[in-house]
Ligand binder design. Structure first.
Ligand SMILES: *Cc1c(COP(=O)(O)O)cnc(C)c1O
Length: 386
């Protein structure tokens, strides 16, 4: 029976009868696993061998994520950034050339720029609007292409199917950071990616109380990912995995409310004086709208806007300081609304996007949007007194 996404979300990774009927799997704290006899011990057939190699708790979340992403397998990582690092390390070697979208999450760029070159990997950035034109950047030694849609801070969509089709011609691995959409609203593997990465810290955990990442792989990428993950000794503590499993079950209802609240807030925000461009691909006026509509089945609560030309840094700061319901804090995906100043200066190398504009990134939480609008209104009036 093929299940709808919301039904999958309730059942994925659960096997109550394997645990005396309890609805949720046990939270297994473990290092050593005992064997009944030496033959079993050396035979390698026992389901569990050592805590680091997996437990019923980690297996449950891995199985759930693999099912939701439509993957051959999935591994957990101790943060979203760690998932990105492991995924990249699983598909590059000395001498390789890799391509990353200019709009990748800042710490992804930091990892690529500071760690990979030391291992002989050359890193190049491309315009996220490149689509099939990425072929022009391919070299004989190009082995991986990293996509993130929408892009961090500036929210450009990317034509993943076109990029993946081009990469397939040279047998390069395609990695996609799928955090904004979550596996519920986009399945990059079905669009041609080989590895789909989640910062589960965001919407899967969903309550700002744990760090967690995941990497889902298709048949082609799975053996290398599994081997690298094992070799690196990666392991996530069981209580954090439990928070991921718990968050997963309400992902759909939370995301639906984030989406509604975001649309309500942006619908108001777009008409305010001093508010310029809104960055959110699920709006018909957004340049990424057509791709978003084609590839995604929903939208989440992270967006940004620019102030109109002439706004100063001081005004952006005054706006942020005047907010009271929106917290000033990094990360996103929890139940609460957050705001940060967007600072792009010197960050990007392949494109010039809004380097000189004053912008704010918002995470629209699960509060009543009328209250959020009042908070934003008060902040706008403080920053731009009549
Ligand atoms: C936050 C974030 C990450 C990193 O996740 P952490 O769990 O904070 O390490 C990766 N990608 C995107 C798009 C993010 O927003």
């Amino acid at each position: 029976m093929s299940l709808k996404p919301d039904t999958k979300l309730m059942h994925a990774g659960r096997d109550p009868q394997a645990f005396h009927g309890f609805v949720n799997p046990p939270v297994v704290h473990a290092s050593t696993v005992l064997y009944p006899d030496v033959e079993t011990m050396i035979g390698g057939k026992q389901a569990y061998s050592y805590g680091r190699r997996g437990t019923p708790t980690t297996n449950s979340l891995e199985a759930a994520i693999a099912e939701l992403e439509g993957a051959a397998g999935a591994k957990l990582a101790n943060s979203g950034l760690n998932a990105i690092a492991l995924a990249l390390l699983s598909c590059v070697k000395s001498g390789d050339h890799i391509l990353l979208a200019d709009t990748v999450y800042g710490p992804t760029r930091h990892f690529a720029d500071t760690v990979l070159p030391g291992f002989g990997v050359s890193v190049e950035y491309y315009d996220p609007a490149i689509a099939g034109g990425i072929k022009a950047l391919f070299r004989p030694e190009t082995t991986a292409v990293f996509v993130e849609a929408p892009g961090s801070l500036t929210f450009e969509m990317q034509d993943l199917p076109a990029i993946a089709a081009a990469a397939r011609e040279i047998d390069a691995t395609v990695l996609a950071d799928n955090t904004w959409a979550s596996p519920l609203y986009c399945q990059p593997l079905s669009l041609g990616a080989d590895l789909s990465i989640q910062a589960c810290t965001k919407y899967i955990v969903g309550h700002s109380d744990a760090m967690l990442g995941s990497i889902a792989a298709n048949e082609r990428a799975w053996p290398k990912l599994q081997a690298l993950h094992g070799a690196m000794g990666s392991h996530v503590a069981p209580d954090d995995v439990f928070l991921g499993l718990r968050g997963l079950r309400t992902l759909s209802v939370r995301l639906e409310q984030h989406r509604k609240n975001t649309l309500a807030v942006l619908d108001w925000l777009k008409d305010q004086p001093h508010v310029g461009k809104i960055r959110y691909p699920a709006l018909a006026a957004d340049p990424g709208y057509e791709i978003w509509k084609r590839d995604f089945s929903g939208s989440s609560g992270l967006c940004a806007f620019d102030f109109t030309e002439g706004a100063s840094l001081q005004q952006t700061h005054a706006f942020l300081d005047a907010l009271s319901l929106f917290g000033l804090g990094f990360s996103w995906g929890g139940f609460e609304s957050l705001a940060i100043p967007v600072r792009l200066k010197g960050m990007r190398t392949a494109t010039q996007t809004g380097e000189n504009s004053q912008s704010v990134r918002l995470h629209i939480g699960l509060e009543d949007p009328e209250d959020l609008i009042k908070d934003l209104d008060k902040a706008l009036r403080t920053a731009f007194p009549a």
